[in-house]
Design a binder for this molecule. Structure first.
Ligand code: CMC
Length: 429
């Protein structure tokens, strides 16, 4: 018997097979041979919501959920947040290595010069009702962009792919900012090529009548770090969506619209918006124990807590908590921070959360900073989407260049009725 194998015995039949182990995983295809009768379909693995199934081999992001470690291409998130910029990190995620000076200059030039969106896309945004949710506008305008760049369908051409990567990373802040301005009935503020990625985004959101918008360097840095922290998180729900839609060879705009739709869900990127709602609903520190009781009774979730992978403090939440101090020196303290800290303190001492290893995740503190920076809650998930764009595209590109990948198509366990004859209307119950 080989050492690097898994031996599986079907106790119904006594049949034993040996399956090779590679990277601590096994291919479930051989268990198809396990049959009781010759005409059986054979066995499959059953893993709803992929709790213990790897769907790809990846070299992009590593998470050790028990130790609270997050690495992009091997670099600790703490070092990247402190020493790098979002665009440099985006390059790292997409191309595997930190760029040298020339590569970075070229990359920043490309992203900076693709920031404008076609005026007709602006027209789409104009068409939304003033209180349309910014994520709805973002998802729709991303999908609409696929109609402007039909060549994007040539997904196997590396040069075509690169161009769509430039466009998507460059234009998503513009789409987001235009949706925001539309919500407030404000005229659009066009990209300013002299500003950094984060600085330009703040300019497109907040510029009023002044000739030149002055970006506060602390807020600009905070925004950039928040983009870095959200840039990738391996096979999360939206990245898996990006890969799934991409596996059907859809163009990247359509795939990204689908990924953004997944992100919109309150169990995923929509949680940051829900955290603020929850804190407001609790109202004051003395009401926290009562809310915790409701969480433990299964009536509500503690939003911003828990994670499929982290069974320890989310390292991103730690970094965000630290940036909050710097941001509040500029903006003044957000009173919700004290409530959040108290909520965290109480939860982390409670057996319910300790036993289940539920810790604050990235969304627990991010909304509090965003709010202090004057972002309305509805746009929080859009901010997440801007950062995650580089990760989605890196995952998409890795999928397309992986010869082991095919169209995504899970199996099911069918438990419905077997074949039966059609019942005419007058015979139905
Ligand atoms: N509040 C209360 N109980 C919770 C929570 C929570 N936030 N999260 C998990 N639990 C309980 C859950 O009820 C279950 O208890 P039991 O074993 O008694 O049934 C146990 O903890 C395990 O949870 P699970 O639902 O099996 O965990 P999951 O891996 O399927 O779900 C999650 C992960 C993030 C969807 C979930 O923790 C959750 O809903 N959290 C709140 C929403 C949130 O903050 N989402 C943002 C995630 S981080 C950003 C991102 O990547 O999108």
């Amino acid at each position: 018997m080989g050492a690097n194998t898994l031996t599986v015995t079907d106790n119904r039949t006594g049949k034993t097979i040996e399956i090779p182990i590679e990277n601590d995983t096994f291919d479930p295809m051989p268990v198809r041979q396990m049959k009781v009768n010759a005409d059986d379909f054979g066995m499959m693995s059953y893993d709803p919501s992929y709790r213990n199934t790897a769907s790809c081999k990846s070299k992009i992001t590593f998470i050790d959920g028990d130790k609270g470690i997050l690495l992009y291409r091997g670099y600790p998130i703490e070092q990247l947040a402190e020493k790098s910029t979002y665009l440099e990190v985006a390059y790292l995620l997409l191309f595997g290595e930190l760029p040298n000076k020339k590569q970075l200059d070229d990359w920043v030039f490309q992203i900076t010069h693709h920031r404008m969106i076609h005026e007709t896309i602006r027209g789409f945004i104009d068409g939304f009702h003033h209180d349309a949710h910014p994520m709805g506008m973002l998802i729709s305008s991303l999908a609409a962009m696929s109609t402007f760049y039909p060549e994007a369908k040539q997904i196997h051409d590396p040069e075509v792919r690169k161009m769509q990567i430039y466009r998507l990373i460059a234009k998503i802040p513009t789409l987001a900012a235009f949706s925001y301005r539309h919500s407030f009935g404000l005229p659009y503020s066009y990209p300013d090529d002299e500003l950094s990625y984060a600085g330009n985004f703040l300019n497109m959101l907040f510029k009023m009548n002044e000739l030149k918008y002055k970006v506060n360097p602390v807020l600009e840095k905070a925004m950039d770090v928040l983009f870095i922290l959200h840039a990738d998180h391996e096979q999360n729900c939206s990245s898996t969506t990006m890969r799934t839609v991409g596996s059907a060879h859809a163009d990247p705009y359509s795939s990204m619209a689908a990924a953004a739709a997944a992100l919109y869900g309150p169990l995923h990127g929509g949680a940051n918006e829900e955290v603020l709602r929850m804190l407001r609903q609790i109202g004051s520190k003395d009401k926290i124990p009562e809310y915790i009781k409701r969480v433990k009774a299964g009536e509500v979730l503690l939003m911003g807590f828990g994670h499929r992978v982290y069974k320890n403090y989310d390292p991103r939440a730690k970094i965000i908590k630290n940036i909050a101090e710097q941001v509040f020196e500029v903006t003044g303290k957000n009173p919700l921070l004290e409530m959040a800290i108290e909520l965290e303190r109480i939860a982390l001492q409670d057996d319910y959360f300790v036993k289940r290893k539920l810790y604050p995740n990235v969304d627990f503190y991010s909304g509090i900073i965003y709010e202090a920076m004057k972002f309305p809650a509805e746009i929080f998930t859009v901010l997440f989407a801007i950062g995650r764009t580089s990760g989605w595209l890196a995952q998409w590109q890795e999928l397309l260049t992986d010869p082991e990948q095919k169209i995504s198509r899970p199996r099911q366990v069918y438990l419905g009725p077997s074949t039966r004859d059609f019942v005419p209307m007058d015979k139905r119950k």
